[in-house]
Ligand binder design. Structure first.
Ligand SMILES: Cc1cc2nc3c(=O)[nH]c(=O)nc-3n(C[C@H](O)[C@H](O)[C@H](O)COP(=O)(O)OP(=O)(O)OC[C@H]3O[C@@H](n4cnc5c(N)ncnc54)[C@H](O)[C@@H]3O)c2cc1C
Length: 310
């Protein structure tokens, strides 16, 4: 039995762990990975005190600091949260369970998927949601990127440094990216635009071999030979594991107050998974700190504040 279980080890969860650790609350962080979306940032230059660096470099510092104050990491996906008397039980994908007196939910956003045949089968076997992480594996190979926003266009340009050819598959003619990035992509000789088109099937053997696209206007299909497929179609909040215990809004975000309390006493939340505006690393980390301090108040009944003049 821990004092607190934090679910999600992105900027919000790791910051919360630093604060719960320094308050001597026994803390587990359950997470699929360490860093979350922080790992997807190739260049972060707006985190105060950290000069421009990669997301993973910044995350490594968060992790070292959280571990220094005693946070225990449990890797895996939390699939169920239940209330047990005055405590909470978290069930993992492998059916193991973990119990705590309080929870801090910081499970952020997850990359959006296409929902087409072959996608799950070849996930991690050619299908990826992180061009920054997996791009270097595709040296001299043929890849495709799906999406029409800044991240898709940036991924296509980045991948062209490794891959011999990059297809950019987008469901419209127009891109939703900044003009400079659009121009750079259109002028990139290694990038072939496949417009008005959507992927409808991913095929392969052990790894991805082809993606089938459908032109939305002509309905024509095309089978493109590829070694890797990168999905850059945004991210979604998945709060299905908490929706029966705490209130969520129309965007599926967990509703919190200014003290990061959810509608369920003992459950706190912070970062991109919540209704807090401005989805940024610094905001998530700040909210993580607030959630941890409020958890301490909940567990100890402490009236002490960190407001220096009170
Ligand atoms: C490409 C890109 C570039 C960005 N650039 C910047 C930037 O330059 N500056 C900036 O400030 N912000 C940037 N952001 C936004 C910033 O990364 C996010 O706001 C921030 O990471 C949110 O932190 P978080 O901890 O709330 O959630 P996340 O970072 O999303 O972390 C969520 C964590 O929860 C885990 N998780 C999810 N579901 C479960 C589950 N069921 N069980 C267990 N674990 C789970 C995940 O594995 C992950 O570790 C960028 C984001 C992206 C995608």
């Amino acid at each position: 039995m821990k004092d607190v279980i934090i679910i999600g080890a992105g900027p919000a969860g790791l910051a919360a762990a630093i604060y719960t650790g320094r308050k001597r609350l026994s803390t587990s962080i359950i997470s699929i990975d360490i860093g979350g979306q922080g790992n997807l940032t190739s260049h972060i230059e707006n985190y105060p005190g950290a000069l421009p660096q990669t997301g993973p470099e910044l995350i490594e510092k968060f992790q070292t600091q959280a571990q220094k104050f005693g946070a225990e990491f449990v890797f895996g996906k939390a699939i169920k949260i239940e209330k047990t008397d005055n405590n909470f039980q978290v069930t993992m994908g492998d059916k193991s369970t973990h119990e705590a007196k309080s929870l801090i939910l910081t499970f952020g956003k997850v990359p959006r998927q296409l929902g087409i045949p072959g996608e799950d089968e070849f996930f991690g076997k050619g299908v990826s949601t992180c061009a920054t992480c997996d791009g270097p594996l595709y040296k001299d190979k043929i890849v495709a990127v799906v999406g029409g926003g800044n991240s898709a266009l940036e991924a296509a340009n980045d991948l062209s440094h490794f891959a011999s050819k990059v297809y950019l598959i987008h469901r419209r003619q127009e891109f939703r990216a900044d003009e400079l990035t659009i121009e750079k992509t259109k002028n990139n000789p290694q990038v072939e635009l496949v417009l008005d088109s959507v992927p409808i099937e991913i095929n392969g053997d052990k790894f991805v071999n082809t993606v089938v696209t459908e032109n939305k206007i002509t309905k024509e299909t095309r089978e493109i030979k590829i070694d890797g497929l990168f999905l850059e179609i945004g991210s979604v909040v998945d709060t299905s594991i908490i929706k029966d215990l705490a209130d969520i809004n129309e965007h599926s975000e967990i509703i919190i107050n200014e003290r990061c309390e959810t509608s369920c006493p003992g459950i706190f939340a912070a970062g991109d998974v919540t209704n807090t505006p401005f989805k940024q690393a610094i905001v998530a980390a700040g909210e993580g700190a607030k959630a941890a301090l409020q958890t301490y108040t909940y567990l100890t009944g402490s009236k002490a504040t960190l407001d220096w003049k009170k």
